[in-house]
Design a protein around this ligand. Structure first.
Ligand code: SF4
Ligand code: SF4
Ligand code: SF4
Length: 244
């Protein structure tokens, strides 16, 4: 059965344990970063080849009250991944999907994408997730810690989260937990919602409007008024025609 995450942002304290655990498990090097001139505690400023996970900090004013939202951003492991749909047009199986867990994985073959193709793959992602190492050409992102999951362990970011924000398990169980928590949170936070739960295996529970977390918290914010299905159909049309 496919696996899913529930990321309950109402519980996130922005400790960034998940971000660090991800780097440690994947042995990703540190980035030289600074908070100076940038005016945010978010660090680094964006996802990059050394950060598959980034806790985004978003500060905004609402009805005279300053709200500070935290959003542990990562690949959504889309049920039908647009990155793979497009990637397969250029290099078959450069991006693969593990049928058992649902994890979407970028392989070494992504190095064979030209810079332009890699950029198209990045743009195909409704959540602006994949990043390319300009030196090696390798494209990378969250792996769902698929090696750990196959060994019966939790993803590193879930294992380390001290607040109950990060949850992981069978998709059915995570969807049920998401609905339960949504019912509870709606009472205090009427705007509470689940972000694209039918389309993704990383389900975010938000208590504020999506744009108050990130420009790409939900797919719709990225692709405008089109539904994701319409977006995918539009995307696939010219490439399918080219392959035929
Ligand atoms: Fe939030 Fe948990 Fe990550 Fe800490 S470890 S930043 S509480 S999701
Ligand atoms: Fe691919 Fe983006 Fe979906 Fe991740 S979130 S599976 S990178 S399309
Ligand atoms: Fe990083 Fe693993 Fe969490 Fe993905 S599942 S963000 S690879 S720790």
């Amino acid at each position: 059965m496919p696996k899913s995450f529930l990321i309950d942002t109402s519980r996130c304290t922005a400790c960034r344990g998940c971000q660090i655990a991800c780097k440690e498990w994947h042995e990703l090097p540190a980035n030289k970063t600074t908070q100076y001139h940038w005016g945010s505690h978010q660090n680094p400023q964006d996802l990059n080849p050394n950060n598959y996970k980034l806790v985004r900090f978003s500060e905004h004013l609402e009805d005279g009250v300053v709200r500070w939202n935290f959003f542990p951003d990562q690949c959504r492991h889309c049920v039908v991944p647009p990155c793979k749909e497009l990637g397969d047009v250029y290099i078959e199986e450069a991006i693969v999907q593990d049928e058992k867990t649902g994890a979407v994985l970028f392989t070494e073959k992504t190095k064979k994408f030209s810079a332009e193709e890699a950029e198209e793959v990045r743009e195909a992602c409704p959540y602006n997730i994949p990043r390319r190492n300009d030196q090696t050409g390798l494209m990378s992102k969250c792996t769902m810690c698929n090696d750990r999951v196959h060994a019966g362990m939790l993803p590193a970011c879930v294992k380390v989260c001290p607040s109950g924000t990060m949850n992981f398990g069978d998709r059915e169980d995570m969807l049920a937990l998401a609905e339960k928590r949504l019912g509870t949170l709606k009472k205090k936070w009427p705007k509470a919602m689940l972000a694209d739960p039918e389309d993704v295996n990383v389900i975010y529970l938000l208590i504020d409007t999506p744009v108050n977390y990130s420009d790409n918290a939900v797919a719709e914010a990225h692709i405008g008024p089109m539904s994701k299905k319409q977006f995918l159909a539009t995307l696939a049309r010219p490439f399918k025609a080219m392959k035929a």
